[in-house]
Design a protein around this ligand. Sequence first.
Ligand code: GDP
Length: 347
Amino acid sequence: QPNRKFQADLKKTRLTLSLQDKLVTYYKTSAAVPQMEQSCAKQAAIDICAELRNFIYNKFPDMPLRDMHLSGSLYDDLQVVRADHIQLMVPLSVERNLWSCVPGEETILNLPGFCLLRRENLEYFPRGTSYWDRCVVGGYLCPKAVVATFEKVVAGSINWPAIGSMLGYVIRPVVPSDSLILEVQYEENRRLFIDFLPLVALEDRTAVAKSHRLPRYGNMWRISQRGAETAALIGRDQHDLGCRSLCLKILKAVCRYNLPLSHLTSSHLTNILLHICEKESDWSRGVLADRFLQTLKETVGYLERGELPSAMDPKVNLFSELTAEEVDEMGYFLYSSLTEPEVLLRT
Ligand code: GDP
């Protein structure tokens, strides 16, 4: 029945068209952060980063650090809903001959994507030779101890009210918290959270002091893939003027507004999109709704399998930090939304 098929196709086109329209509207009204808000938030972060740098270099001249810098979605124009968080990267300068990286899969904990930083050559260079020896626990550089060192400095010895009033912000360290976060009120009702992220740059990789969610992995450093993943996605878009970043931002907003999806992170979503890029070459704006639906379906698939391989290193399961219940709940929620994806666009 060609006519019936035509009718069905037309109906399908209308449905997709309208989802396409809804996605574009949703992006404009609910996901995108106004340019003005982005630049105010960035400026606050830049001001505070500069103050902190001066303070630490003056007060702790022997602390071996490389240039602290800002990073994260606010910097890559991938932040959604609110301009409210940014990472302050704090690169530790470590002696090459005193520290080595043990990949997580080679340790008894068998955890790809993470690593241990082992103190080497203790017989020739005894404890205390390296500044960072003070953060060693059981022979390994402990990310929590590194964060605690900065906490003492940043929360304990900096006069934030004075610096804040000089810069025109209200600044306070967030307590209690297991990482080091500064809360900056930069306008009447606008807050920015600056998250300290110590990092160690090794020969071929960078490890950040952001622990695994499960406490038994507390001594491990996270191998940072964020830069590479984000660059891969943005690079592909620049090459063909595609809608991958747009799709990512819409999905990020969906996960932020729908509580059951709160454990689905930007990193999960970016990796799923990168996997889809391997099999789909058309990312023109006109197929946004198709790619959005496809991403939802693929996400359900990964959740059903309980496994999401990293696009940068397939050994790494990006769901390793989620409990089986969290995976099931998200899978069920997303699966139920597939028949009527518009319900995900509530705010
Ligand atoms: P968003 O926070 O969801 O907008 O996404 P981002 O892409 O900004 O990711 C920030 C998250 O990734 C934070 O939780 C960071 O702690 C974590 N992260 C892990 N590695 C890195 C890294 O190398 N750089 C940055 N900026 N964040 C990282």
